[in-house]
Ligand binder design. Structure first.
Ligand SMILES: Nc1ncnc2c1ncn2[C@@H]1O[C@H](COP(=O)(O)OP(=O)(O)OP(=O)(O)O)[C@@H](O)[C@H]1O
Length: 335
């Protein structure tokens, strides 16, 4: 379990993490999402006792990292590429670490097996591919059989098979009851793995909620409807499950909770009283919604943002989730 309260880190004038409060629970994969430079690595380094918070606290399994007597048993982390002696073999590297931390030697064989490195265990690390290096980093993180596992961008540089392997590993570690805290700058990477998502932008927590909640909120379908009888249509639709938002443009509505066919049928059922001039299904993917959620928090933007109108027709230009989306999710970001 990781519990962070008001966690803050300044590097001189630079605020890397500001007032971050979140929890990563046992038995679940918590995805830690944010654009580059958002503060993910700094947060993870503070969890692992590698950076000292400027303010606030973060505990692992109830205590700050430094207060654990056997920290490798409590928390294992894959952070930036570890300093590994290039002339050592993977097995030697793990054995040295095990010996210095009082970890039984058989754990070395266990984690080599678990990470698919058994057949490469006798090879020198300097000949390792990026993917094998990542696997060794993960083997190192798991060596102490920790109840909390922290993986910083674990799929970076992995091929599709490696990506799938990390996903399965993260899920199985969580199923064993461990806390898995996994960072990424891509929603698509955590979408299939995480149960819970913490979103960070410019050092501030923007969302902290179950993945399912985020999916339901952001994957919603919007239908744009234009009618000279917009008020009557809105009243009609709101009698059902639909939510109707006035766009500010006379006669133009945005509807969620009813698809185009249902809206068309509702209009037809008025026997000509409500006439439709436009009925356009719009879509916004979770990835797009995440981009929008963090857009103002991106440190170095490369493109000018399309002002957007809340969604886009399928296959249309880049989208923006509606501002109403952002306002329900942003927790004081950019305030
Ligand atoms: N040691 C440091 N000294 C000064 N600034 C730092 C230091 N470490 C991080 N930063 C700054 O703090 C901010 C957060 O960096 P951090 O590496 O935590 O972000 P991140 O979300 O992990 O991004 P990335 O995915 O690019 O690694 C960035 O602006 C970074 O430049």
């Amino acid at each position: 379990m990781i519990e962070s309260h008001g966690l803050t880190k300044r590097f001189g004038q630079k605020i890397a993490v500001e007032g971050a409060t979140f929890t990563a629970r046992p038995g679940a994969v918590t995805g830690f999402l944010g654009p580059n430079g958002a503060g993910k690595s700094t947060t993870m380094r503070m969890v692992m006792g590698l950076d000292r918070p400027t303010a606030g606290t973060v505990t692992v399994n109830g205590k700050p990292y430094a207060q654990h007597r056997r920290p490798l048993h409590e928390v294992g982390g894959l952070l930036e590429a570890k300093a590994v002696h290039p002339g050592r073999t993977a097995r030697q590297h793990l054995q040295a670490l095990a010996a210095s931390h009082g970890i039984p030697r058989r754990r070395v064989e266990d984690v080599l097996e678990q990470t698919g490195l058994a057949s490469a265990a006798g090879l020198r690390v300097k000949g390792f591919s990026l993917g094998m290096g990542q696997r060794l980093g993960i083997a190192t993180a798991l060596l102490g059989d920790p109840s909390t596992v922290i993986l910083d961008e674990p799929v970076n540089g992995l091929d599709p098979e490696g990506v799938q392997w990390v996903r399965n590993l993260a899920r199985s570690l969580a199923q064993e009851g461990r806390t898995v805290f996994l960072s990424s700058h891509l929603m698509s990477e955590v979408e299939e793995t995480a149960d819970h998502v913490v979103v960070i932008g410019r050092g501030r927590i923007l969302a902290d909620e179950p993945l399912q909640g985020l999916v339901e909120r952001f994957s919603r379908k919007i239908v744009r409807v234009r009618s000279p009888q917009a008020d009557e249509l809105a009243a009609l639709l709101q009698r059902g499950d639909a939510q109707v938002t006035a766009t500010g443009e006379p006669g133009l509505l945005e509807v969620t909770g009813a698809d185009a066919a249902e809206i068309g049928a509702a209009a037809a059922a008025t026997a000509g009283r409500v006439v439709l001039h436009e009925l356009t299904p719009m879509s916004s993917t979770l990835e797009e919604a995440f981009m929008e959620l963090t857009a103002d928090a991106v440190e170095y933007r490369t493109d000018a943002r399309d002002p957007g109108d809340g969604a886009r027709p399928p296959g249309g230009p880049p989208a923006a989730a509606g501002p109403e989306n952002a306002s329900t999710t942003l927790k004081g970001a950019n305030a």
